[in-house]
Design a binder for this molecule. Structure first.
Ligand SMILES: [Zn+2]
Ligand SMILES: [Zn+2]
Length: 224
């Protein structure tokens, strides 16, 4: 068996114990590189590294004020060099094996949520990318994607500066079939690949909140 990330052959011991266990798709050094954490104290809400451990960092304070709908934020890796390369391979080189790795690392059970919503991409971007990376993540995590949000935004987020992202207009709107519905008492989680400024997922939550969910959580594979 080869490592999904570096393709190196992995030695494996085959015995009655290993035979029935799900094999880890990564070699030890790739596992270590991808899971390497940035050092330092963190914001307890968004998990970004800060000068000292604080409940809510400055970015979160701003976001809570402008888009107050997000409850909990989960993230699984820091945006280190190995993760950066993995995302590049996944999004731009269309190396679909990367989503296997993402699914393996995001060790989470989404079944406690009533709805699992991917951050949408526009039809135009879908044509050039051929898949929505957030939606594929959901499928890998064995959940059913709920298409509650749509967008017509053309620009690539990664090409925008931090300032313009914070100031941008909300690019999301509700899908037609949920617009008139009421989801009182239901829980929902928004899935995205990377949490950078947090604006994307907070804007998504801001659109969803009119549907009266009991809680709106967020899960991203990586935190920049
Ligand atoms: Zn490897
Ligand atoms: Zn924060």
């Amino acid at each position: 068996m080869r490592c999904l990330y570096c393709h190196m052959k992995m030695d494996e011991e085959l015995n009655i114990m290993t035979l029935f266990k799900a094999r880890h798709p990564l070699c030890d050094s790739c596992k270590k590189a991808l899971l390497e954490k940035f050092e330092g104290p963190r914001c307890q809400r968004c998990h970004q590294v800060t000068k000292k451990t604080i409940a809510v960092c400055g970015d979160c304070q701003t976001l809570i004020e402008v888009y107050p709908a997000v409850d909990k934020i989960y993230t699984f890796t820091d945006y280190n060099d190995a993760v950066k390369m993995l995302m590049h391979r996944y999004k731009f080189l269309k190396d679909y094996a990367m989503v296997e790795i993402i699914g393996f690392i995001c060790d989470v059970n989404l079944s406690s949520y009533d709805y699992v919503v991917p951050i949408p991409i526009s039809k135009e971007r879908m044509r050039e990318r051929t898949y929505n990376q957030a939606l594929e993540m959901i499928v890998k995590l064995k959940a059913k994607p709920a298409i509650f949000l749509e967008t017509k935004a053309k620009e690539r987020q990664s090409e925008q500066g931090r300032q313009s992202r914070m100031a941008r207009k909300n690019p999301f709107y509700l899908s037609e079939d949920v617009r008139e519905k009421d989801f009182t008492g239901k829980s929902i989680i928004i899935i995205d690949d990377i949490y950078t400024t947090g604006v994307t997922v907070h804007q998504a939550a801001d659109v969803l909140k009119v549907l009266n969910f009991q809680n709106i959580d967020v899960l991203t594979f990586s935190k920049a």
